[in-house]
Design a protein around this ligand. Structure first.
Ligand SMILES: NC(=O)c1ccc[n+]([C@@H]2O[C@H](COP(=O)([O-])OP(=O)(O)OC[C@H]3O[C@@H](n4cnc5c(N)ncnc54)[C@H](OP(=O)(O)O)[C@@H]3O)[C@@H](O)[C@H]2O)c1
Length: 178
């Protein structure tokens, strides 16, 4: 997930509502300026490993502090993290074959705009009403539907609680990089 989601929501980001997970998934935070608080649950909670991917903009002493707290820190890029490089490194160094991106909207946009990095989009409709600033995609976005990826509906499921609908789309055609 992106740095703002860590800062605003402070999620533990561990699996819940599933019966057996042998190896908890690695938590990965994309945080260009290393704004993740030392008190964030992804740092203090030890139920799963955490990697924070940052850039040369990050404060060196904070990197050291986080590493001393057991967090793996990857410095990748001068000002921005190249997300394709992150996915490749996750595969080659950690054997990661599947990544679930939990947002927020800015990180979602950064991945989608690259083209070819996103295979599926899962939208969950929940019975809550929010205000502005909680969009699935934030940032620049596409001027028309023609520029964006084409999505094909794969499945619609109602979650066990009976209150949420999960809509699963396959990304069929990727936009060209913007
Ligand atoms: N409804 C849901 O399921 C759901 C899920 C997740 C989040 N959310 C909501 O979304 C909100 C946050 O969303 P958001 O769009 O503001 O933020 P976000 O996507 O969580 O984080 C964006 C930040 O991540 C860093 N980042 C992203 N891509 C980067 C890159 N390529 N290189 C370097 N840094 C990168 C940047 O930090 P810097 O600006 O410091 O460089 C950027 O500002 C939260 O308040 C949360 O409640 C909702």
């Amino acid at each position: 997930m992106g740095a703002n989601t860590v800062i605003n929501d402070d999620p533990t980001l561990t699996p819940r509502y599933v019966k057996a997970v042998r190896n908890p998934p690695i938590r990965v935070v994309i945080d260009g300026k290393m704004r993740t608080p030392l008190t964030a649950k992804v740092v203090t909670n030890k139920e799963a490993p955490t990697i924070i991917v940052t850039t040369e903009q990050a404060d060196r002493s904070k990197i050291t502090q986080l590493m001393n707290m057991g967090v793996e820190v990857w410095v990748m890029g001068k000002e921005r993290v190249n997300l394709k490089d992150v996915l490749e490194r996750l595969f080659t160094e950690k054997g990661v074959k599947r990544v679930l991106v939990e947002g927020g909207g800015h990180l979602n946009w950064e991945l989608i705009k690259e083209g070819g990095l996103v295979d599926e989009i899962r939208l969950t409709v929940s019975p809550y009403v929010f205000g502005a600033g909680t969009s699935f995609i934030e940032g620049e976005g596409y001027p028309t539907t023609m520029e964006g990826p084409r999505l094909r509906l794969k499945s619609i499921n109602v979650c066990e609680c009976g209150q949420e609908v999960i809509i699963n789309y396959i990304v069929e055609r990727c936009c060209s990089s913007i």
